[in-house]
Design a protein around this ligand. Structure first.
Ligand code: SF4
Ligand code: SF4
Length: 357
């Protein structure tokens, strides 16, 4: 077993043109939900989809048959450069405890903590990808007093650093040279489309560092807000608010919804083809954002000051919000007002002559 001192200067092996992307997936401190979510990808044959995207999944702890010595040999081959590693995907937070030793999470059969393996493999991978908010920021695994000293690959909540450090960079999979931070596919769990689109874009050399936002999230989903496309938008417009979880109204004012602040396309690209948190009657808890796990209030309640929600929509000055809210509340149609606090349509839309023939 390879037990050489850790190094972040090992050579990267470039991917020959036309070769599939070699992807290794490791699971660390998390629930495995991002892998479970990947299994819900919109395809009847996930292995075929991966192949079609140009991905060669070298190993995944839940999806691959290999275990034991075969996997340990593969890890050695990757670290020593005998097998090329294009993308290292890490799911779950990196557990540095106790006292920075990482011994809360040993990789069985190696005598080494998982965090050491992640550092070794990150040094030889052309690209490092955090799958889920635990691997990106620490996430749920870093909640509360964080006794396991959990952190993300390159962030600890919104502080850059994490396991690999602020200065960590990878050369990327594309032939043209670029310099990449860790790609943070944040979400708890990740939408399967976010993972497949990111890996597929990397395989097609169709992704550049400019396609990441300031927190390293792929912009194709992080340049959206959950609020975009929410089925409750008419209620939001009139500040017609739900009071109980089963109500149809907007959940921002009373039930803790952060859809106007959460960067994600959950209501534009529905989950499993049709669902989202808000469509299912649950407030968005902004699981793609650093620190979402410890908001300082109950997830299903909206903290307020003088009756005004503290978490106002992204990009909206408070004075405007207050003025618009009071104007729209005074103009709320009876239909919207009554339906907002009911679990079904109690006042249907008026029937007007449309002049259509
Ligand atoms: S429930 Fe949330 S996401 Fe939907 S309209 Fe209201 S604030 Fe926006
Ligand atoms: S709606 Fe909000 S809480 Fe739900 S998955 Fe999307 S970002 Fe996460």
């Amino acid at each position: 077993m390879n037990a050489a001192p850790l190094s972040l200067s090992a050579p990267h092996r470039p991917r020959p043109a036309g070769e599939p992307l070699h992807v290794l997936w490791l699971q660390s401190g998390g629930c495995g939900g991002c892998s479970m979510s990947l299994l819900c990808a919109d395809t009847p044959d996930l292995p075929a989809t991966l192949r079609d995207l140009g991905l060669n999944l070298l190993w995944h702890p839940s999806l691959s048959l290999d275990s034991g010595r075969a996997v340990l040999n593969l890890l050695d081959d990757l670290v020593d450069g005998r097998v090329r590693l294009d993308v290292l995907c890490v799911e779950g937070a990196l557990l540095r405890g106790p006292q920075g030793t990482g011994r809360f999470h040993m990789l069985a059969g190696t005598g080494l903590p998982m965090i050491d393996w992640v550092k070794r493999l990150s040094a030889v991978a052309a690209q490092v990808v955090a799958v889920g908010s635990c691997a990106a920021w620490g996430g749920i695994s870093a909640g509360g007093d964080n006794p396991t000293e959990a952190c993300g690959l390159q962030y600890e909540d919104d502080q850059v650093g994490g396991l690999l450090g602020e200065g960590f960079r990878s050369p990327g999979c594309a032939p043209q040279a670029s310099v990449w931070p860790v790609i943070n596919i944040a979400g708890c769990p990740t939408h399967p489309g976010w993972v497949l689109d990111t890996l597929g874009a990397l395989a097609m050399d169709g992704f550049t560092p400019d396609d990441l936002d300031a927190l390293g999230r792929p912009r194709f989903y992080a340049d959206q807000l959950v609020h975009h496309g929410c089925a409750r938008n008419e209620y939001y417009e009139f500040k017609a608010s739900a009071e109980r979880p089963s109500d149809q109204g907007c959940m921002m004012e009373h039930l803790g919804c952060k859809g106007t602040q959460a960067h994600a396309d959950c209501n534009i690209r529905p989950w499993n083809g049709e669902g989202s948190c808000t469509r299912g009657g649950y407030a968005c808890i902004s699981c793609t954002e650093p620190g979402f796990q410890s908001p300082g209030h109950a997830f299903d309640q909206t903290p307020k000051l003088a009756g005004i929600p503290l978490g106002l929509p992204t990009d909206m000055p408070k004075a405007w919000f207050v003025a618009l809210a009071s104007l729209s509340k005074s103009a709320t149609p009876k239909r919207v007002k009554h339906n907002a606090t009911a679990d079904h349509i109690v006042v249907p839309p008026a029937i007007r002559k449309t002049r259509l023939k």
